[in-house]
Design a binder for this molecule. Structure first.
Ligand SMILES: [Zn+2]
Length: 229
């Protein structure tokens, strides 16, 4: 075969090969660019989650342990304390946790503030394994003051225990530890008497309280066949 215009024989083959390579490169350019963009976006997302979201999730997990511990105290009123006083003090304590410690930014600034916060939850769970008393609530408020940037001010206004004495109940404060006559789970169509064994199994975060059985029925719940409320 004779080369046209004096070009070497394999010129056209090389030319065709180069074109094929260029076409291949062009066809791959977009997928490669997209893949790189996805990797960058995922890395940025992971870094954001690690730096910003994960600390909040860890903080909230600790905060929920504290809430659970205070709600569990509702069933452990000491013999020498009137139930209404205990209930009121725990209600304020539950509110105090919410107002002073819910988010990481509520903690008093310190390099180990999250460790100190977690230590508070650990320590409270340890204390709950022994008998509890007014001192237990007093100690929780000391911790709220120590850990929260709003703690001292909130404690000055609402601390329910002074000089070892619980304050008189004010009656208005609602909180999940307060027992009402009838309860239901948010995930169930049945309601119970508060003392029913099934009622005891409802996690407090799912529990709906009713003052009367009519209120439960009006909200669309039917009576439990066991406890017949
Ligand atoms: Zn029942």
């Amino acid at each position: 075969m004779t080369a046209r215009r004096g070009l070497p024989d394999d010129f056209h083959d090389m030319n065709a090969e180069t074109h094929r390579n260029h076409r291949l490169a062009r066809s791959l350019a977009w997928p490669v660019a997209c893949a790189i963009a996805i990797v960058i976006a995922l890395s940025a997302g992971a870094a954001f989650w690690w730096r910003e979201i994960r600390p909040i999730q860890r903080h909230l997990a600790t905060y929920h342990r504290l809430e659970d511990a205070v709600v569990a105290l509702a069933d452990r009123c000491p013999k020498d304390v009137p139930l209404e006083k205990w209930d009121c003090a725990l209600g304020w304590t539950w509110n105090g946790l919410g107002n002073c410690l819910t988010m990481p930014c509520f903690l008093l600034d310190a390099h180990d503030k999250e460790e100190r916060f977690q230590h508070f939850a650990d320590e409270l769970e340890v204390r709950l394994r022994s008998p509890v008393d007014v001192e237990t609530i007093d100690w929780i408020w000391d911790e709220i003051e120590r850990l929260s940037n709003n703690g001292k001010r909130y404690s000055d206004d609402f601390r329910p225990v002074r000089n070892g004495q619980l304050k008189e109940p004010d009656g208005t404060l609602g909180w999940p530890g307060r027992k009402s006559a009838f309860v239901s789970s948010a995930h169930s169509t049945v309601f119970h008497k508060a003392g029913c064994a099934s009622a005891a199994k409802i996690p407090w975060r799912d529990r709906i309280d009713y003052g009367t059985r009519e209120m439960a029925i009006e909200s669309g719940k039917r009576p439990c066949a066991e406890c017949r409320p």
